[in-house]
Write a protein that binds this ligand. Structure first.
Ligand SMILES: Cc1ncc(COP(=O)(O)O)c(C=O)c1O
Length: 461
């Protein structure tokens, strides 16, 4: 039924031996030519591509190869997606098995779907076991909003500044819109969707007398907001446990527990969007597991299928009946290849000790990043947990003025040295494959530090 091929934990290491390997000026001539042809038709590319228009043709484990034969160390996992390594043999095999046997059966039961359901129920906390499957993050987010309405009978939603949840209508309504891209055109936020400030320890809005962030002040503001700004019909608080797009920003340690208490006090559902942060990225199945907070609704995606499009929306058993009101039927959701990809990915996380690796190597990352911060005048803050990491560049450590130009340059310089990664304005994002060991974590950070030093020199620091 599903493939059970055994793979050694170090399946990718041989292929990574000579990383990175940059033979010429990059992007090279073939990349440039291929990109120029593509963009005659393909429009609206991300800054990740616009700032470094390379053309990749192969990925294996933690390496990516472009069409000029240059090989890069991967610090992006695509975009938090190929988290267990590119083309993990077990996952690729599981997908191809079903690609040859049964590709689609609408939302009928299939043996592989049943196995995946059992597996999901065994890894998620607190009876989170009423599940629907989709094929992209935004569709799962839409279904979470529908589920929250169906469970609560209420229709208002609150999310936090600089959130991102995808590009469909409800998802856009929960997100920051002032970005100069398509999200900002027209009156796009649907009625009943609100945003409130989010506690960012590096840029706090409210602080205690000792200068540290005052989580209680945020919670007091939310409480006031419920009575002053909403019509008292708030269905759910929509939460990115760690903000990905905004730059790997985690709230202070005492935030989630306090938010959960607030939600319980006002009978508001806690919807935890783990599309980016879940499935081991921070060293737990769900990032909220770190704080023992069990949400009412969860969405998962990206790492879930290690590259194959599969996403999930899950609610607690006690609310399962409400899901009968919102059909799970979709053209691609839960197709056999998708179920096989998700099941194999979960098994790899279990079999290869991925959560433990992320926790261990994550600590190594952070230790080294703190050193980088201490040694470089333009590194204002380093942040993250596990393998969800960010480096915030500033013009001055006292004023904390964002250093956008440096962000672009450091991104490009490190890429030229062979590091594939993710820009976010003045915050540089890192999302390495979760299989990475200290050797390559260190190598990637060496490249970043070198790029930072060169940029500092160019700007006269
Ligand atoms: C937290 C979060 N939710 C939802 C989405 C949307 O996922 P997709 O791009 O698969 O639609 C994203 C995408 O980056 C995300 O970061």
């Amino acid at each position: 039924m599903n493939q059970t091929i055994k793979v050694s934990k170090s399946w990718w290491e041989k292929s990574a031996e000579a990383l990175p390997s940059i033979k010429s000026e990059v992007p090279g001539p073939n990349s440039n030519a291929m990109h120029a042809k593509t963009i005659r038709y393909m429009k609206g590319l991300s800054s990740q591509v616009k700032l470094f228009p390379v053309c990749f043709e192969e990925g294996y484990g933690i390496s990516l190869t472009d069409i000029d034969g240059n090989r890069y160390l991967d610090f992006s996992s695509g975009i938090y997606v190929a988290s267990l390594g590119h083309c993990h043999p077990k996952i690729s095999e599981a997908i191809s098995f079903w690609a040859k046997k049964l590709m689609n059966a609408h939302d009928f039961t299939t043996p592989i779907k049943e196995k995946l359901m059992e597996k999901f129920a065994s890894i998620l906390p607190g009876k989170l076991n009423a599940i629907q499957l989709y094929s992209d993050g935004a569709s799962a987010v839409e279904s979470a909003i529908r589920a929250a309405r169906a469970i609560s009978g209420k229709h208002e939603f609150i999310s936090t500044y600089r959130d991102f949840h995808g590009k469909t209508m409800a998802a856009v309504s929960c997100a920051r819109m002032y970005r100069g891209d398509t999200l900002s055109y027209g009156p796009t936020r649907a009625p009943g969707f609100y945003m409130v400030p989010r506690p960012d320890p590096y840029r706090p809005l409210w602080t205690k007398e000792n200068g540290t962030i005052d989580t209680d002040a945020y919670i007091r503001f939310y409480e006031q907001f419920l009575t002053e700004a909403t019509v008292g019909n708030v269905s759910a608080f929509v939460l990115e446990p760690a903000q990905g797009w905004a730059g790997s920003i985690f709230p202070p340690e005492d935030f989630f527990g306090k938010l959960k208490n607030l939600c319980e006090k006002y009978n508001i559902l806690l919807y935890d969007d783990e599309v980016l942060a879940g499935m081991g990225r921070t060293g737990e199945w769900l990032t909220l597991n770190h704080w023992d907070v069990v949400p009412d609704i969860v969405t998962l995606g990206k790492s879930l299928g290690n590259g194959f499009p599969v996403t999930a929306m899950i609610v607690r058993e006690e609310n399962a009946e409400a899901l009968e009101k919102i059909s799970a039927s979709s053209s691609y959701g839960g197709n056999p290849m998708a179920c096989a990809a998700a099941l194999a990915s979960i098994e790899v996380i279990e079999d290869e000790g991925i959560l433990e690796n992320v926790r261990e190597v994550g600590k190594f990352f952070m230790k080294r990043m703190i050193k980088i911060k201490e040694q470089h005048p333009i590194v204002g803050d380093v942040k993250g947990k596990g393998f969800l990491l960010g480096i915030e560049l500033v013009k001055d450590k006292n004023t904390k003025e964002p250093f956008e130009e440096a962000g672009k340059l450091v991104y490009q310089k490190a890429f030229r040295k062979g590091l594939a990664w993710i820009p976010a304005g003045h915050i540089l994002r890192m999302s390495p494959p979760l299989i990475m060991n200290e050797k390559f974590a260190s190598l990637g950070l060496d490249i970043i530090e070198e790029a930072i030093a060169e940029v500092e020199k160019e700007f006269g620091y």
